[in-house]
Design a protein around this ligand. Structure first.
Ligand code: SF4
Length: 492
């Protein structure tokens, strides 16, 4: 597909709109200052600025069918470029909806965090009906997605209000898993392949924990939440995981910690002994993820456990007495059907975890699934109906959406939604999605976000991505952590 830009370079936003209709595709870009067309599928996007008026014009040709739309605005319009970009996005969206029949329910909102937009409308003093009006008429968002985004913002409101300054969350990355799932694009590696790296990785991570604690203690930052993620932290042995948790509790002041999550994503890594150890070391929230309760789907995505193993592990976790258990599922997995997805949702609700996170499959470039022959059939499965069913059943069962985000190349441009029973929302998930608290990330692939809400500053510090590089360049990475001190010195 070719995108031809004439008199504008709104490539980022407009390509984002095109991807809603033609996902997982590479686009060719042409820039010209006159009218143009080309062979094959293309979209011609033009802005012609004249003295008094500006013409905004879109013409799309897809599979031999064509649609064109135009609008004129005064050339002295306030925020001229932004307004032009918005109108061209709307025209392109309408033309592509007509040509493809795809109903993109988030309208022209293409970013990762749609709730941020709602929060910003709330902070401008808009009422609920004004917010709905803006979302539906300006951004073309469907009524269902307005409801979800608004409910999410409302759930977050109280939690955000209670957030105090000078607090931070700690993320510890364990990028190892028993095997690699076919849809995975994380840095996570099979534990079997990385055996030799792990002892050094654990030692370095303990050093990084100690060094970071000395920095934040000096600044006076208070630890609020802890999150062990990955990967699958419970893929580590009980001794290694316990060593890391000890390093955290002996280095940081844990007295203000309100939430301590450990991802035990793969049920086949959970044992009674490990759960007891996690509880003893302060874990208050555990994530056990079936992804599907259909054994043939689990096999197709390369997970080496069955639905029964998940249920057994879930019960073990629930009986250990963590304050909250989360379970993740994915809509649109290869081989899954609407009926089998419904059974997964119903089965999970019957178990009654405090959190259920409903993801939509995203076909990432780095995932094995992206190379598979059945990619086209996956793009056509009914993920949208699956997500709608999950939302309806979860609302009826007393769950409320509390965080929401989107990723690139998600089926039908849908979203991931965290659902929680009231009072069991994960603080960490809200903080990271809404970028309202500093998150210090340690370990391979860790990306620290330093947040200064008062001065609207956000800075990142990246760790090396893979465990091998992490071990090799460890001292350089520790040095980068000194930026934390510089950032807070500037804030004062
Ligand atoms: S469990 Fe998660 S991190 Fe591990 S391979 Fe599967 S998708 Fe990737």
């Amino acid at each position: 597909m070719t995108l031809i830009f004439s008199g504008n370079d709104f490539k980022y936003e407009l390509e984002g709109v095109m991807k809603l209709f033609i996902p997982a595709q590479l686009f060719t870009h042409i820039y010209t200052d006159r009218a143009a067309k080309c062979s094959g599928d293309y979209a011609f996007i033009r802005r012609r600025i004249c003295r008094k008026h500006t013409l905004l014009y879109v013409y799309c040709s897809v599979n031999g069918n064509a649609a064109g739309l135009a609008e004129r605005i005064p050339s002295d319009t306030e925020n001229f470029d932004n307004k032009c970009e918005l109108i061209l996005s709307i025209l392109l969206f309408k033309a592509m909806t007509k040509l493809t029949g795809v109903k993109a329910k988030w309208g022209i909102i293409t970013g990762v965090r749609p709730v941020k937009r709602v929060n910003s409308l709330i902070s401008q003093g808009m009422s609920k009906s004004q917010i709905y009006d803006t979302l539906q008429n300006e951004y073309l968002v469907s009524a269902e997605k307005c409801d979800i985004a608004y409910m999410t913002a409302m759930t977050q409101e109280n939690i955000i209000k209670k957030l105090s300054d000078k607090t931070f969350s700690l993320y510890i990355s364990i990028p190892f898993c028993p095997t690699r799932c076919s849809y995975c694009s994380f840095v996570s590696q099979s534990i079997e392949n990385c055996k030799s790296l792990i002892p050094e990785y654990i030692d370095n991570l303990c050093r990084e924990i100690g060094y970071t604690a000395s920095l934040v203690n000096k600044i006076g930052l208070k630890l609020d939440t802890v999150y062990f993620g990955g990967g699958t932290p419970t893929a580590l042995s009980e001794q290694r995981l316990s060593k890391l948790m000890d390093a955290v509790s002996s280095s940081f002041d844990m007295s203000g910690v309100r939430e301590y999550t450990v991802e035990a994503g793969r049920p086949d890594t959970i044992t009674h002994e490990k759960l007891d150890m996690l509880k003893r070391n302060g874990c208050t929230r555990l994530s056990v993820n079936p992804q599907s309760l259909n054994d043939s789907v689990l096999e197709a995505i390369g997970r080496k456990h069955t639905a029964k193993q998940f249920t057994d592990s879930y019960r073990l976790a629930a009986n250990t007495g963590f304050g909250s258990v989360n379970t993740d599922i994915i809509a649109g997995l290869p081989g899954d059907t609407y009926e089998s997805f419904k059974a997964t949702v119903d089965g999970l609700i019957a178990l009654g975890p405090e959190n259920i996170t409903v993801h939509t499959l995203s076909i990432k470039r780095a995932a094995r699934l992206n190379q598979s022959d059945n990619k086209r059939s996956i793009l056509k499965n009914n993920a949208g109906e699956m997500v709608d069913y999950a939302s309806k059943r979860l609302l009826e069962s007393g769950y409320r959406p509390y965080y929401l985000y989107r990723q690139k190349n998600m089926l039908e441009n849908l979203e991931n939604i965290g659902w929680a029973k009231p009072g069991f929302e994960s603080l960490y998930n809200i903080y990271i999605m809404e970028e309202i608290q500093t998150i210090i990330a340690l370990g391979a692939g860790g990306s620290t976000k330093l947040v200064d809400l008062d001065n609207r500053r956000l800075e990142r510090i990246f760790n090396y991505k893979f465990p091998l590089e992490y071990n090799k360049h460890f001292d350089l990475m520790l040095e980068r952590k000194n930026k934390i001190e510089e950032f807070y010195a500037e804030k004062e």
